[in-house]
Write a protein that binds this ligand. Structure first.
Ligand code: XBP
Ligand code: MG
Length: 250
């Protein structure tokens, strides 16, 4: 096992409902739009990865009032840049913690010298803001490669971001393991031929994870144990490096 490759949103931290969704709404208000994405609507829109793509899906399917603009793609990009600014500000306030067990597992892998990387559809600034506020200042240094956002044109569920990360690391799929939280995420990692461990969250609990090697409710801690939703019970209360290795070997 030569690398652990982590998704970010929903996997490292529960960023969607109280982070991204809130930032979208702040950007809409700032632009004078009467759009408001409530939790249920946002859950629906999560079917599309990527913020610009999500705004486009909203316009195409929900018929909101859209200002007359010459170049819709450029207008969406501007609106999304404002959303990123708001998201980074929310992260800088330290509002969103890492999920249970994440810091422990990352630290264990770092200390053991197991290379780590990130494969996410979100914007690179967002990854830095989350890692710096929720892990430690400069935490990007723990990751050999951070594959994020528009660096690949086809976002998840396409395999491209995982393939990109493995190419950058010079590794093959059977030398790595992926960590995901969503249907689009596991479609992407499996299309890249990666064994995948899933930790579900409120938005993804009902997703299809039949392709996962292990499904947990969270990575967990000894005093905040994980529940196994799918996969072998190895008698541990929290996901550690040894358990990850056993899943990778299975
Ligand atoms: C995350 C996403 C992202 C974020 C928003 O999916 O779909 O679009 O919701 O980020 P995953 P941006 O966890 O599978 O990577 O607005 O920066 O795109
Ligand atoms: Mg995710």
């Amino acid at each position: 096992m030569k690398a652990l490759i982590f998704d970010v949103d929903g996997t490292l931290a529960d960023t969607e409902r109280d982070g991204h969704r809130v930032a979208f709404n702040l950007a809409f208000a700032e632009a004078g739009l009467d759009w408001e994405w409530d939790e249920a609507l946002y859950g629906e829109l999560l079917a599309v990865t990527g913020g610009k793509e999500r705004i486009r899906r909203f316009i195409d399917t929900k018929d909101p009032a859209v200002p007359e603009v010459e170049d819709l793609a450029a207008w969406i990009a501007g609106l999304h840049a404002s959303k990123t600014k708001h998201y980074v500000a929310l992260m800088d306030q330290g509002k969103i913690p890492l999920r249970s067990g994440v810091k422990r597992l990352l630290t264990e892998a770092h200390d053991a010298g197991v290379p780590m990387a990130i494969a996410t559809t979100t914007t690179p600034e967002n990854v830095s803001a989350l890692l710096n506020s929720a892990l430690f200042e400069g935490a990007e240094s723990w990751f050999e490669v951070i594959g994020a956002g528009d660096i690949v044109p086809a976002k998840k569920p396409a395999p491209d971001i995982y393939t990109y990360v493995m190419e950058q690391m010079g590794l093959q799929p059977d030398e790595c393991i992926a960590f995901e939280d969503s249907a689009n995420g596991i479609l992407s990692s499996r299309a890249a031929e990666l064994k995948t461990i899933v930790t579900v969250n409120g938005y993804t609990a009902e997703d299809d994870f039949s392709e996962a090697a292990l499904v947990l409710d969270q990575m967990g801690e000894s005093d905040d144990p994980c529940q196994i939703l799918q996969g072998e019970d190895v008698g541990k209360s929290a996901l550690d490096l040894e358990w990850v290795r056993r899943v990778w070997e299975s």
